[in-house]
Every structure is written in structure tokens, then in C-alpha cells.
Write a protein that binds this ligand. Structure first.
Ligand SMILES: Nc1nc2c(c(=O)[nH]1)N[C@H]1C(S)=C(S)[C@@H](COP(=O)(O)OP(=O)(O)OC[C@H]3O[C@@H](n4cnc5c(N)ncnc54)[C@H](O)[C@@H]3O)O[C@H]1N2
Ligand code: MOO
Length: 406
């Protein structure tokens, strides 16, 4: 158990503090494979079948013995009787008689005795007797049983977040259901007297709660079951009661707003009122520097700053690793890459700073303006944050930067 960190905590340290306090998932469920994208596999899955399950033709053509094609060419075709017709889905009736060919379709099982397939383009397409205009070596144009997957081999490991690739592989095995971890439930609560829910008409001096809705959308994209709770005003008793309730029900509670130094920023006091142990209050980066994390009975309270860009940036930086652990993802690493700046960024960064950007083909471009942490418009189309080290001057076109992908 780590002691509360005083002062501003570097992001990496903050992340490892919260992740260390986060409990992995226990509850699993059996889900239909077709409906399991985005869930994390709870146990290793091994192949139950060879794939392909039989040796088959990858072409429409004729299956035969290569030795029967000796000397075949455009000028000297070899002619053979066609002894079988094998469409896809049908096992040939018997061994291919010596000196004959089987008409075969793509995906059909090779008849026993055949060792290659000649594409129909190199034949006269004869029905009872066919002429072959090329020589084909043994093994050519044959997909061998088990060449892709061998029964018994490990296919997908526990802790993998399933996507369409895994689902395709497992469907090829006839696996109908998979054991996955239940999605982690996350409570989201926006705080602030100025906030309006979307179902209210505009009111002078008030703004709509974009943070709550945006964070829930992102959490769902990241595989969580996110519940948006009613907005709470800046009243410590009410905030504490709501936070207390949420911490009883959810492994992760994310609030936005009221976490800085203002008279009415009550979240630090609320964390204490609900007897949560504060891990850190303040991160050594902008935006979102007032962020606070606390833990109570293994449940995490993450109080993010109210400025919309600050809250979404810190959700990526701080909450994503927590979510990965809650989900049971065994290998999770923030996807960080290096890239060259496509334009410039004029502001110096005395402290570490994260800015919105778009990475395409190794080049990362930054909106010309609209970087304030209260502004969201230019976030549209961005797919990453640029991580600018503290003490940096302005950035110039071509500079190499570190990028954290969304
Ligand atoms: N004297 C100082 N003032 C401030 C400091 C400081 O160090 N000294 N830090 C600034 C920084 S940095 C930030 S970030 C903000 C963060 O303050 P809070 O996290 O307490 O957030 P609020 O004050 O509640 O809100 C900030 C801003 O965002 C708007 N907001 C809040 N919630 C939402 C929402 N759900 N949807 C949309 N917009 C929201 C709110 O109206 C404010 O405009 O503090 C600085 N001040
Ligand atoms: O965290 Mo504030 O958004 O740094 O300006």
C-alpha cells in the first residue's frame, strides 16, 4: 500500500499507483462468440480442429498426379480421362484411379491419390477427357490439412480483448461460445452548479454537461459498461453522499469538475469525507493537472478536472490503464509511437504538456489553434496526444515527438 503522494505526481507514477490498487476481474460469463467482440477472454482457447480440416484445392481446375503430366506443355498437351467431379462440400467417392484426373472446384477436398491441382486456365476444360497444357509439380496448388492451424495448438490467450480477427479464427473452429470477463462497470458523474443535463432547455450562465456524456461514450468504446449518473452541484454533503453510494456499487467512479483550488472545488474534501485514501492530488502535466485519485475498499475514485479537453486527456492517460486491469486485459501498454511533426506548435512548455493531434503515415499534425483545455471543437478527428516534455520550447516542423494513440 503506497502512501499519499504530495505535490504533483508524474503521469507514469500516478498510473502505476492507481493500477496497483485496482483489482482484476473475477466474474466471467459465457457469451455467444458472434457477440463477444470487445470482451476479454477469461481462459486460453486451443484449437479443436485442424484448419483446413481436410486437404483441399485452392483453385477451380483438375486434381491429378503430377507424374501423369510429365512433358505437358502448350505445344504438347497431355490428355487424361476425367474420372470424378468434386464440387466444394463433397468428399470424393474414392481414390483417384491412376492416369486420370478429377474435375475439382475451389475449396473441395482433394481425392486420395492426387498430389497437385492444375488450374482450369491451363486445360481445355474437357468434361469426360481433358487436355492439360502445363506441367505442375507435386504439392502445387494444394492446401494441406492443418497447414493453417493444428488441432491442440493454442489459438487465443486469456487476457486478449477479442476483436474480429480472433472471432474469425474461433468461428473457423466451430466454437460457439467463449468464456469472457464481464465488462467492468464504471460510474460517471459530472459535478458543478453550472451544468445542465441534455434534457433541459438552455439557461443563462449554465452550460451543458459535455464531459459526462463524452466520457461515457469513450468508456463504452474502450469496452466498459459506463453509467452516467445525475449531475451533482457544488455542495459537499450531496457530493459526498453520491460518491459514497457510487463507490459501494462500482469498482471505478469517475467524476469531473470541482477538483482544483477554487472555493467551491469540493472533490478533494469529498474524497476525505467518504474515507477514501488519496493516492495523489495533482499530476505533473497539463492539461488536467488538478486530477485526484483515491481508493476505498479496492474501489477507485478518479476525480478529473472539469475542463473538457483536460478531462478527456486525463481519461486517456490515467483511466485507460485502470480500465484495462478491471477488464482483465493481461497485456496492456499505452500505444506510444514516435512521429515527426507536420507543422509547428508555437507555445513553449515549461511543464510537461499533452496536446491533441492527428497521426497519419508517420506524420503528426496539430490544429493551428483551439488548444485551450476548455475547447473541444478541434478535438474532432484527432487520434492521439503529443507528449511534450517539460522545459521544451516551441516545436518546429520535422521535430520528432512522442505520441500516445487514442
Ligand atoms: N487559481 C487557480 N485557478 C485554477 C487553477 C489553478 O491552479 N489556480 N487551475 C486551473 C486548471 S489547470 C484547471 S484544469 C481548472 C480545473 O478546475 P476543476 O477541475 O475544479 O474544474 P471546474 O472548475 O469545475 O471546471 C473547469 C471548467 O470546465 C467547465 N466544466 C466543468 N464540468 C464540465 C462538464 N461536465 N461539461 C462541460 N464543461 C464543464 C467549467 O464550467 C469550467 O469552465 O481550474 C483552473 N483554475
Ligand atoms: O488542467 Mo488545466 O486544463 O491544465 O488548464
Amino acid at each position: 500500500m503506497r502512501a499519499r503522494k504530495r505535490g504533483r505526481t508524474p503521469i507514469e507514477e500516478a498510473v502505476s499507483m492507481i493500477v496497483e490498487e485496482t483489482k482484476g476481474p473475477i466474474e466471467t460469463e459465457l457469451r455467444a462468440l458472434a457477440d463477444s467482440a470487445g470482451y476479454v477472454l477469461a481462459g486460453d482457447v486451443r484449437a479443436v480442429l485442424d484448419q483446413p480440416p481436410f486437404t483441399r484445392s485452392p483453385l477451380d481446375g483438375y486434381a491429378l498426379r503430377s507424374s501423369d503430366l510429365n512433358g505437358a506443355g502448350r505445344e504438347h498437351p497431355v490428355c487424361l480421362p476425367v474420372s470424378q467431379y468434386i464440387p466444394a462440400g463433397i468428399i470424393s467417392s474414392g481414390r483417384l484411379p491412376e492416369g486420370t484426373a478429377a474435375r475439382i472446384m475451389t475449396g473441395a477436398p482433394l481425392p486420395e491419390g492426387a498430389d497437385c491441382v492444375i488450374p482450369q486456365e491451363d486445360t481445355d476444360l474437357g468434361e469426360h477427357r481433358a487436355a492439360f497444357y502445363a506441367f505442375i509439380e507435386p504439392g502445387r496448388n494444394v492446401c494441406f490439412k492443418g497447414e493453417d492451424i493444428k488441432a491442440g495448438e493454442s489459438l487465443v490467450f486469456a487476457g486478449t480483448r477479442l476483436d474480429f480477427t480472433h472471432i474469425g479464427i474461433l468461428a473457423g473452429q466451430g466454437i460457439r461460445r467463449v468464456e469472457v470477463y464481464k465488462k467492468p462497470r464504471v460510474a460517471v458523474m459530472a459535478t458543478g452548479d453550472e451544468l445542465l443535463p441534455l434534457d433541459k432547455e438552455p439557461v443563462p450562465g449554465k452550460i451543458y454537461d459535455s464531459n459526462g456524456v463524452m466520457i461515457c461514450a469513450r468508456l463504452r468504446e474502450l469496452g466498459a459498461e459506463a453509467d452516467l449518473h445525475p449531475i451533482k452541484g457544488d455542495a459537499p454533503g450531496e457530493l459526498a453522499a453520491a460518491t459514497e453510494r457510487l463507490l459501494q456499487e462500482y469498482p471505478l467512479v469517475i467524476t469531473t469538475g470541482g477538483v482544483s483550488v477554487g472555493d467551491r472545488d469540493y472533490m478533494p474534501a469529498v474524497a476525505e469525507m467518504v474515507r477514501a485514501r488519496i493516492l495523489f492530488h495533482g499530476i505533473a502535466a497539463k492539461p488536467g493537472s488538478p486530477a485526484l485519485a483515491a481508493v476505498r475498499n479496492g474501489r477507485i475514485l478518479l476525480a478529473l478536472s472539469g475542463n473538457p479537453f483536460a478531462c478527456i486527456a486525463t481519461l486517456e492517460l490515467l483511466a485507460r490503464p485502470v480500465l484495462a486491469k478491471l477488464s482483465g486485459e493481461s497485456v496492456w501498454r499505452q500505444r506510444q509511437v514516435r512521429a515527426r511533426l507536420a507543422g509547428s506548435f508555437g507555445k513553449p512548455s515549461p511543464a510537461r504538456r499533452f496536446i491533441r493531434a492527428r497521426l497519419t503515415g508517420g506524420l503528426v499534425s496539430v490544429p493551428e489553434k483551439g488548444h485551450s483545455s476548455g475547447s473541444l471543437k478541434t478535438l474532432a478527428g484527432c487520434n492521439c496526444l503529443i507528449d511534450i516534455p517539460g522545459g521544451s520550447g516551441a516545436l518546429a516542423e520535422g521535430d520528432e515527438v512522442k505520441v500516445w494513440l487514442f
